[in-house]
Design a binder for this molecule. Structure first.
Ligand code: FAD
Ligand code: EPU
Length: 343
């Protein structure tokens, strides 16, 4: 384990923001993490756990210790004839974990293909895409208390999962290192009936375009990869952190008033009667889609994705986000809130 000083974080965040960390350390095991917590040099420093840096916007240098999680390993914890519980160490690449499950015929996370980042951040955000959220297959996670070094288990109820929300974003913010994640997945075979989730958006149409008439985990995963690659910018090419804002949820009454004025406004009715409206549509209607502002902009195929065209600072991206937020508020009276973690 090597403690580095004054390190640029540019290659460690998908926005590609060039800020520095006072201290930086990569950990390969829980023991190394505990060693760090005990270390006299840095025990009093402010700490930030970093996974793949794909949901974070750095607006200034980090005056403390950035801990890059590199704890690896995937194992099968238990299995029955129909289900399997797998445990992934938090430093495993999320997408590689999905591909591993698909290759082993374990169903449940194929719709979450190609989401960047590491397994440890997936429950933190309750990542979601194409009709599936991690909470749907979540079994348990292990986390290490940043103050005591003690291991705590969290089950589904402890995590308080919501839309891109969990207890780790609020009550326990910066209090735990999530060290592993266990998922309960379905064994898919010709003998079992498995309910593929293909209702969302373009999934069905893409499957038929690909002539995937016999559904399989691989076919669904490939279709999701195809859809995502066609509209989301690749962070290796253009810096971004996926959706910058969450899709806002408004009251039925506010929706009914708005839809009179904007009859084509897309919407998703929620179980509790409220209505979710796509932030990408609201932002596009305000004229931001494809617009370039200095080194930043709202992407041309997905207005909800704010991008760094090269040398943007975190502050520039944040200022653009605030302008967009204000214009959506002025035009529609709707508050959109950031989905990315702003540091
Ligand atoms: P980071 O950005 O490194 O960290 C995010 C937050 O989690 C930070 O606050 C960090 O401190 C904390 N954290 C990270 N690891 C740990 C840990 N082990 N213990 C405790 N706290 C931790 N998200 C979706 O939900 N759906 C999508 O479809 C989606 N598409 C995306 C597409 C693109 C092109 C990009 C760039 C991003 C997308 N995202 C999406 C967002 C992002 O990939 C996810 O939120 C992902 O889970 C973040 O993982 P990460 O390891 O990069 O987290
Ligand atoms: N839309 C527009 N203009 C745009 C973008 C979108 O009109 O520029 C409209 C689309 O036409 C569509 C609707 O908005 O009717 C929804 O668009 P899309 O299916 O692309 O999904 P989204 O709501 O923009 C959400 C997630 C994504 C996730 C996709 C697929 C949030 C904040 N974002 O995006 O997650 O991949 O659904 O499930 O919920 C992320 O979290 O980083 C992320 C990329």
């Amino acid at each position: 384990m090597q403690l580095k000083e004054n390190i640029s974080l540019k290659q460690f965040n998908t926005f590609g923001i060039d800020v520095s960390a006072k201290y930086f350390c990569e950990i390969n095991s829980v023991d190394e993490y505990r060693e760090l917590l005990d270390s006299k040099t840095i025990s009093a420093e402010k700490k930030l756990i970093l996974g793949g840096g794909s949901n974070i916007l750095f607006t200034k240098n980090f005056d403390g210790l950035v801990i890059r999680n590199n704890i690896r390993g995937i194992e099968i914890v238990s299995e029955t004839e129909t289900h399997v519980i797998i445990k992934a160490a938090a430093g495993e690449s999320w997408h590689n974990l999905v591909l591993w499950c698909v290759a082993n015929n374990y169903g449940g996370i194929e719709n979450l293909s190609l989401i960047p980042g590491l397994a440890g951040a997936a429950p933190m955000q309750n990542i979601g895409a194409y009709g599936v959220e991690i909470k749907d297959v979540f079994h348990q996670l292990e986390a290490i208390d940043a103050h005591t070094g003690e291991l705590t288990m969290f089950d589904l109820n402890d995590c308080h999962f919501g839309y891109r929300e969990s207890v780790f974003k609020h009550k326990y913010k910066d209090q735990f290192l999530i060290s592993s994640l266990s998922l309960r997945l379905t064994k898919v075979s010709s003998k079992t009936i498995y309910h593929y989730k293909t209702e969302y958006g373009d999934v069905k149409a893409t499957l038929s375009e690909m002539r995937a008439y016999d559904l399989s985990l691989k076919a669904v995963s490939d279709a999701i990869i195809k859809i995502r690659s066609s509209k989301l910018p690749d962070p290796k090419v253009i810096g971004n952190a996926g959706s910058f804002f969450k899709n806002p949820v408004i009251s039925k009454q506010q929706f009914e008033t708005l839809v009179m004025k904007y009859p084509v406004m897309p919407s998703y009715l929620q179980k509790d009667g409220t209505v979710k409206v796509p932030a990408g549509w609201l932002i596009e209607q305000c004229g931001w889609k494809g617009k370039v502002v200095g080194n930043t902009g709202a992407h041309a195929t997905q207005a909800l994705v704010l991008v760094n065209y090269g040398n943007a600072t975190g502050k520039e991206i944040w200022n653009l986000a605030m302008e967009i937020q204000q214009s959506v508020k002025e035009k529609f009276g709707i508050d959109i809130t950031p989905e990315v973690n702003v540091v």
